[in-house]
Design a protein around this ligand. Structure first.
Ligand code: 5GP
Length: 180
């Protein structure tokens, strides 16, 4: 039996999406993607760290041949007034002419993926689609077209299933939200 509440550091969280609900939805997403990518050999681009569990579950439902790439973003405060700059690290494949499926844990403002898309487009892939387990529509500030969305959620802070609070909680099989 899953616990209804968890405590991470100084904060308390309550259950939001049960493990079975997540697993069922991931399977559905994979079935949709299987139809769209029939006969193709896409590169699955896992955005670390948060997407490692979602990616692992998703790829095991895929029925087309694929390769997996892992990238992460380093954000830092720029010295100029342009503010935050984000750089993609760890990209090994040449994605020119390839079909790419970006796997993200959560789209909040969309800043991360907006920048990722811009950088990836420069490498001339054949196509790029995004799948995100969670999207917070109320927080969206950048135009990032997510073709495959697991759940639309309110503007709450969530942890579990790969998502962390201060590096804790990634191992939780369910998703929890911060208690007010
Ligand atoms: P964005 O660039 O879309 O504003 O933010 C995306 C990143 O912010 C996610 O990949 C994730 O690391 C972090 N993030 C946004 N919302 C949440 C949340 O509710 N919980 C956790 N743990 N991370 C979040």
């Amino acid at each position: 039996m899953m616990s209804e509440h968890v405590k991470l550091h100084d904060k308390s969280f309550q259950i939001y999406l049960e493990e079975s609900v997540i697993q069922e939805r991931v399977k559905e997403l994979a079935q949709t993607i299987n139809k769209d990518y029939k006969g193709k050999t896409p590169i699955i681009l896992c955005i670390l760290n948060g997407s490692f569990i979602f990616t692992a579950d998703l790829v095991r439902h895929f029925d087309f041949p694929l390769t997996v790439e892992f990238v992460r973003y380093s954000s830092y405060e720029g010295t100029s007034s342009t503010g935050k700059i984000t750089k993609m690290l760890g990209m090994k494949s040449d994605i020119a002419g390839q079909d790419v499926i970006i796997v993200e844990d959560i789209v909040d403002t969309g800043f991360t993926l907006f920048n990722a898309l811009e950088e990836l487009q420069k490498k001339s892939p054949n196509s790029i689609q995004i799948t995100s387990l969670l999207v917070k529509p109320e927080a969206l500030k950048y135009d990032v077209p997510c073709a495959y969305v697991g759940f639309e959620i309110p503007n709450d802070f969530v942890v579990g299933y790969g998502l962390d609070y201060d590096e804790h909680g990634r191992d939780l099989p369910a998703i929890y939200k911060l208690k007010e």
